[in-house]
Design a protein around this ligand. Structure first.
Ligand code: NAP
Length: 237
């Protein structure tokens, strides 16, 4: 077996960047994918400076064309990490507190979140899962959130919540279709982490938050599939 290849989407910053670093430290060749090639190159340069095997690549998960180009890579491990918090105050489509309530949120916000967080992951899986199935090996980690958990679903942040619940459904569907092919597909909630999305008040450093993501990326052949995990333990959907 040669060097395994891992692709991380949205890897120029935050949890994606830290996941790329930790997988590369474990000996994976990491395709560090970001929607802005320049940002991918800058991030890859940092990790190469740490003697890590990292290849920058342009990937906008909201673009069908950009995702279709991924077919060129033989990817063994996919981290669907790229996402937007559509309700963020920085989003020009969002309208502050009105966007955080299901009663007043603009439907465009749901569409935007779905386009990146759900359909984006779907496009990347469609591009890469057939190769995994052919080779008889694959690990797919959908970076989800407790905010997408139906079991504990509360009000607020409807766009983000619905998009992550949809992502969790994709985990179940792809896990079922790929189960016999040696491809394990799981959702992970990293916990509340200090990133641009999580904010400075968050509990976890990125290094701690990606532990379960890296664990799911490196599962043994008899590892779980079709599950939702936090702190390496199953949690309800
Ligand atoms: P972040 O710092 O905001 O980073 C998000 C990343 O996604 C950025 O690299 C961003 O790229 C990328 N991205 C957004 N839209 C994209 C697109 N269309 N194509 C490609 N890349 C795109 O967020 P984070 O905290 O690291 O979050 C990483 C993952 O963890 C997400 O799935 C998030 O939902 C999940 N999560 C985070 C927390 C938390 O507390 N931080 C908690 C639960 C779950 P640009 O730099 O180009 O914008």
């Amino acid at each position: 077996m040669g060097v395994r290849v891992a692709l991380v989407s949205g890897a120029n910053r935050g949890l994606g960047f830290e996941t790329a670093r930790q997988l590369a430290r474990l000996g994976y060749r990491v395709v560090l994918a970001a929607r802005d090639l320049n940002k991918a190159e800058i991030a890859a340069q940092i990790l190469r400076g740490e003697q890590l095997d990292v290849v920058p690549h342009q990937l906008d998960v909201a673009s069908a064309e950009s995702c279709a180009r991924l077919g060129q890579f033989g990817v063994d491990v996919l981290e669907n990490n790229a996402a937007v918090m559509a309700e963020s105050d920085e989003n020009p489509l969002a309208a502050g507190v009105l966007s955080r309530s299901a009663l007043t949120v603009a439907p465009e916000l749901l569409r935007e979140a779905f386009e990146t967080n759900t359909l984006g992951a779907y496009r990347v899986m469609q591009a890469l899962a057939p190769g995994m199935r052919e080779r008889g090996y694959g690990r797919i980690v959908n970076v989800s959130s407790g905010l997408g958990q139906l079991n504990e679903m509360l009000g607020g942040y409807p766009a983000y919540r619905v998009s992550k619940a949809g992502l969790n459904a994709l985990t179940r569907i792809f896990a079922s279709e790929l189960r016999e092919a040696g491809v394990l597909v799981n959702s992970v909630c990293p916990g509340w982490a200090k990133t641009d999305m999580g904010g400075s008040q968050a509990q976890l450093e990125p290094e701690e938050a990606v532990a379960t993501i890296v664990w799911a990326a490196t599962l043994p052949d008899d590892g779980p599939t079709g599950g939702f995990f936090r702190s390496k333990q199953p949690i309800p959907w």
